[in-house]
Design a binder for this molecule. Sequence first.
Ligand code: NAD
Length: 474
Amino acid sequence: NGVYDGEWVAGKASTVQSIDPATGRVIAEVTTGSVQDLERCLSAGVAAYQEWKKLPAPFRGEIVRQIGDELRKFREPLGKLVALEMGKILPEGVGEVQEFVDICDYAVGLSRMVGGAVFPSERPQHTILEKWNPLGLVGVISAFNFPCAVFGWNAAIALTIGNTVLWKGAPSTSLVSVATTKIVADVIKRNNLPPVVTLCQGGDDIGKQMVKDERVKLMSFTGSTAVGRTVGVEMQRRFGRCLLELGGNNALIINEDAPQEMALDAAFFGCIGTAGQRCTTTRRLIIHEKLYDGFIQKLVKRYTNLMQRVGHPLDQATLYGPVHNQQAVENYKQTIQEAVALGGKIECGGKIINRPGFFVEPTIISNLPHDAPVVKRETFAPIVYVFRAKNLTEAISWNNEVDQGLSSALFTNNIQSAFQWIGENGSDCGIVNINTSPSGAEIGGAFGGEKHTGGGRESGSDAWKQYARRSTIT
Ligand code: NAD
């Protein structure tokens, strides 16, 4: 049953098949919600908000603490399910659940710390205060590649602030949506609370309806830039609030003075992790011309060795698993054809791996102009483009010339270069790393990107403010 409105019900729309990307086999079928099912979830979420918002924030934090503890109990099996259904390797699947646990801990702290401000008034005997209040029902629509953590990042903070949450996960990861919601819903029931979290699995029809509905006060959308653009326009049309976490096209720059072994590890992990299906995956390597040849040689060697570690994500020895579905294989094929037609040279990879499931070779492509259309687009597959730069200023300008602005990294041991990189003449991305991979993120900082990545921020720092409305009080 893919719908939870306080009770688990069979969605009335249709069923969606859950497929193991490493074998292509159907592992389950999940019923998805109809518009009527969604309506029940919306009403339940709005009604639950009336009670939930009245509870003291530290009490809400206590419920989130219990959710974190419950997730700790199910860390391994839920992590396995993430690996099985999404196709990422087991440590990454378990790591995703751990991120949800971590954000729960963070939110518990927040529940006793969210503060306002007091400002001087220009009038005598007046005081200006700022207080943060909840918004109401928060909608979360998530992508297939982080089927558990993205919901967790949103839900832990949104609930602590006093909102209720309605979730729609990607249709192809419906089992993870159901399993994660069950863990959360059990805690809520045990505490005799109304359904402060509801779930309506479905496709773009349910997504569109959630975006349109005025009762959804904030729409937190994680997915492609193309869909995010329609979500953003619709939310603006109805003056709803929107948190967009969209596509990336992340570069890693290796400067003349880079710590080279460290850069090699970071580039390798950043390119091939999650088989190139992270929003923060390294998609462009910009290497100083003096280091270029040696670096590419070493990276190709790593890629070649990796082929010994291709396998099922649940197998302990596997370091590189499948892409998520046949569509991803097609996108990979088309992009490689386009790159080659534009004069790209395949340094390694480039082919589909002959085994069941959706496996493709991790691929390095050189010889393309830094601003070729194929380079400027996000292809959600393990393909990286490599470029030879004359100096850091040129490398930074290439880093910034794409539409997306999610993550970036510079490898350097030069303090002047480091400060150039983090300042106004540096990277224009939301995540600006030095001597560590652009791939992945910690929950402590605000996560998100600029430009066509949507501008949203989730997780740490003051990202909680996105889930609250500001009251200025005199
Ligand atoms: P997608 O845009 O195809 O789908 C994302 C979600 O939107 C799914 O749940 C889908 O059912 C739903 N949806 C589809 N059409 C909709 C519509 N018209 N209205 C409302 N909802 C709709 O993305 P995907 O292929 O699942 O995920 C990959 C993309 O997500 C990549 O571009 C990746 O970079 C991005 N992503 C970004 C972040 C981030 O934090 N910036 C994190 C993960 C993934």
